[in-house]
Structure formats: C-alpha cells, structure tokens
Design a protein. Structure first.
Length: 472
C-alpha cells in the first residue's frame, strides 16, 4: 500500500496551516507544522516528506538558508517558498536558489492547492521505483515493466543504452502501452535521478492555459494573473521534464518549445527577461507525427529536435507470450492492494485474454484483471468473467440495437443512390456521422477542444477546422 503523502510546513503564521489543511480536507495528505527552520530540520531527520512549504521570511531569518540546504542535501524534495508580497526576496531569487515554486502572501487557496499537488505528484513519480522484471519473478510493490517478448527486450536494451545519456528521447506507442512508465524508468536510471521529475500532459490542459503551465507568467500579464507563476521549465531546471502527448501542442507553442530546445532560454508569458534553463527532455506521443507533418499540423524541425533518440513501445498484440506474465503480475498486485486472497485464473480464461484484441493495451488488461479479481469473490477467474469484462472495457463498442439502426440507415442511403436520388452516399454517411461524433465530443468536454481532440484521436487544429466546417 502507498503511504499517504506528508508535507512539512515551516511557518509561524497559523493562517498558512489552516489554508493548507482546508485545501486538502478530503485528502489523506498529512501536514506537519513547525514554526522554525531548526524544528523543520529535525522533522526531516526523523520522517520522510513529499514536499516542503516554507515561509522564506520566517522569524528566525533562516528561510533562504533552509532552502539552499534542502536543494543541496535533498535535491529531489520539492520546496515551495512563500513570502509576503512586500518581501524583498523575489520569485526569481527563490527559483535560482532551488525552489520548486514560489507563492506570495496572502496565499490564494487555489494556487496553494495546485502547487502542493504538483509538488507531491513530482515527488511521487520521482521516488516510486520502476523495476524491469522480464519474467515477473519477484513480489516487489514497485511499478514494473513486465514481459520477455522480443519486442519488450528491445525496449529494455534501449532503456539501458539511453538512460545514462543526457539526450532528448521521444517515446512512441499506442494509448495504454506504458509510455509514462518508460519515461520514469529513463529518469530513474539516468544521470539526473537525484533531481526532480517534472511532468506535464499537453493534452489535458486547454490551449489558453498550457503556455503559462509550461513557461510561467508574470503578475498582471493577463486577466487573473494575480501573482508571478513559475512554469514547468523553470521547475525542471537541472532536472528532467516529461512532456506527455507532445503531439497535442498547437503551432504557437511548438515554435516556443523549439526555441527552448535550441537556445535553452525562454520568457515567461508577459515577461521581457530571458530565463536560462537546462532540462533533460523526455517526450511521448501516440499520434502519427509523420502524417501530422505532411498535413501541416506539426513542425518538422521540432520533430527532429525531439526525435534525437526514440523508444517505440509495442502494442500488446505484438508482445507474444507477455499476457500471462502481465495477468499474474496484476493478480498478485491487486490482491495485496485490495486486501483480497490470491486467486488463480483458468487456462480457458487466460487463452481468451491472449486471443483478445485489447485495443487499450496494458491499461485495458490491467482494468480487466482488477475487475475480475473483485468479481471472482475468492474463486478462480473463469472465462465467463473475462468475456463479460472484454465487452465492458472495449473502447468504442456500439450496442447491437444501435448497430442495427445504423445498418438500416446506411441501407437507405445506398438504396436512394441506386434509385438515382443521390450519388454521394459515402460522403453523406461520413459527414453525418463525423458531425454527430464531433458534436458529442464537444458536448461531453463542455466545449474543451483539447479534451475532445484527445478522445477523438485527432489534433486540435483538425477538430477546429471540422467545427468550422459543420457549423458553417
């Protein structure tokens, strides 16, 4: 079981601990509060922490010294500096000294919660080990790359070859193949494993917020920018930055990212000062980048900058012999996590999984095994349970009644074309379904083009163009 996150708060102001505990009221996160730096140092000796929140102007005057000590002795522990808005120490000074983030008082509850969540997630992903166990022969609780197929052995060899080097790596593979796990393995076996592992999912953040997320912004640079914000690139200085779903960046951000990779410097949104940065970049995508380049949706020069070295993750259907290893690994892991007795899986059930299409790859298999364990009630997982779960977890499955209705509609289109009423049955069918599908995705995402594009497997530029086409 993973232990609840622990955060050390060093601040004599009771309002700070009240805000932090209120922000995480529904969370298991534990906050340990001390008033002085010396007491904070003792807590660090006695207990592990996932993040530190410290007033840089604490009464004993040692806030900045504490920050420098943490950066020197615990470089992978995120340190969030806070200070009154009138304090002479700036965000730039704090980040230069090694702070993960900087917040000014009075603290905004939303910004405080965001920053602490990011710090805890950074600490978790950087510290939770990723093991490589081709045959799944141990009982370790760490995240594990399991599989001894020829295609996975190629992945392990690439990890061994690329981990010690500072080169930019592009991880490619279908959804659910484990791209983030490989990124973490690259980081943990690399030369910056003692530094933070900063992540950002480019597909999960709306266009109008992603630039600020990556590069930060200056106070007053746009409506709602009430304080200076540190971006992911600054947080990853002398560390590692993982850019997941890089294929979802719009053209403006692609250009800005290219400049950072070329010149190793950038400007915050609304800023004029150049900020130097040295981050090891690991990127990942499931998109067909070459096709996107041909269609003008992705910059070719950026692709070459990202594609210095590539790790291609195979889909599960190409990993011959790995499904039984993965199933047994997940059965053992979920038994421990859920506090359930270990169960076996029948040969027929395992054969069913081996022959299944599993378009969701390892993620779908993991979901099936977890649900099967819960439904088995302590008995062996049989074929009937697996077949039910394959239907339930199949992405994009269409119910039989809907398929019949769709077939009748298509038949009507073809009949009308055959009778001479229309010679465009294919175009009418495709455009009608595409417009409906696009409309449903935009409804579900509440108008968020980024999310809709991710669900549809299209670029944001393509979705915008189709919206214009069908709304026109």
């Amino acid at each position: 079981m993973t232990s609840p996150p622990r955060v050390l708060v060093v601040d004599a102001d009771p309002e700070t601990i009240r805000l932090t505990t209120d922000a995480f009221r529904d969370s298991e996160t534990r906050f340990i509060s001390v008033e002085k730096v010396d007491a904070g140092g003792l807590e660090l000796i006695q207990h592990p922490f996932n993040a530190i929140l410290c007033d840089l102007s604490v009464a004993d005057g040692k806030g900045f010294d504490f920050l420098k000590e943490i950066h020197r002795n615990h470089p992978g522990l995120p340190f969030i500096g806070i200070a009154s808005s009138a304090d002479s120490r700036s965000a730039i000074e704090a980040v230069k000294a090694g702070a993960f983030d900087f917040l000014s008082k009075p603290l905004d509850p939303g910004e405080l919660k965001r920053s602490l969540r990011e710090a805890i997630e950074c600490s978790r992903k950087g510290s939770e080990p990723v093991s490589i166990d081709p045959r799944n022969e141990h009982e370790d609780d760490s995240d594990t790359l399991v599989g001894n197929s020829r295609t996975m052995l190629d992945v392990y060899k690439a990890l061994g070859r690329l981990s010690p080097t500072p080169v930019t790596v592009l991880i490619r593979g279908e959804t659910g193949t484990g791209k983030e796990l490989v990124a973490r393995a690259l980081f943990q076996h690399g030369h910056r494993a003692h530094r933070p592992f900063v992540t950002v999912n480019c597909a999960a953040i709306p266009d109008n917020l992603l630039e600020s997320e990556l590069f930060g912004h200056e106070k007053g640079s746009f409506t709602g920018a009430t304080a200076t914000r540190i971006g992911k690139f600054e947080q990853a200085n002398n560390a590692t930055l993982f850019l997941d779903e890089i294929g979802d960046l719009n053209h403006a951000l692609q250009a800005k990212l290219l400049r950072v990779l070329q010149e190793k410097r950038f400007q915050r949104v609304g800023g004029s000062s150049e900020i130097a940065v040295d981050a090891r970049i690991i990127a990942a995508t499931h998109r067909p980048i070459e096709r996107m380049i041909a269609e003008g949706e992705f910059r070719e020069d950026l692709f070459y900058r990202l594609n210095v070295a590539t790790i291609k993750l195979p889909p599960l259907r190409d990993r011959t012999g790995d499904v039984p290893l993965l199933v047994n690994f997940f059965l053992r892991r979920f038994s421990r996590e859920l506090g359930l007795p270990s169960v076996a899986i029948s040969r027929r059930a395992l054969s069913c999984l081996e022959s299944a299409r599993l378009p969701g790859n390892v993620r779908q298999l993991q979901n099936i095994v977890r649900k099967a364990l819960l439904r088995s009630r302590g008995f062996a997982v049989d074929r009937d349970i697996v077949e039910e779960l394959l239907v339930e977890t199949e992405p994009g499955e269409t119910p039989r009644a809907d398929l019949d209705a769709l077939r009748l509609w298509c038949r009507k289109l073809v009949d009308e074309a055959a009778d001479g009423f229309s010679a465009e049955a294919h175009r009418l069918a495709i455009e009608t379904i595409e417009a409906l599908l696009l409309g449903e995705a935009m409804r579900k995402s509440k108008g968020n083009v980024t999310r809709a594009a991710g669900w549809l497997g299209l670029s944001r530029l393509t979705v915008r163009e189709k919206i214009k086409k069908y709304q026109g």
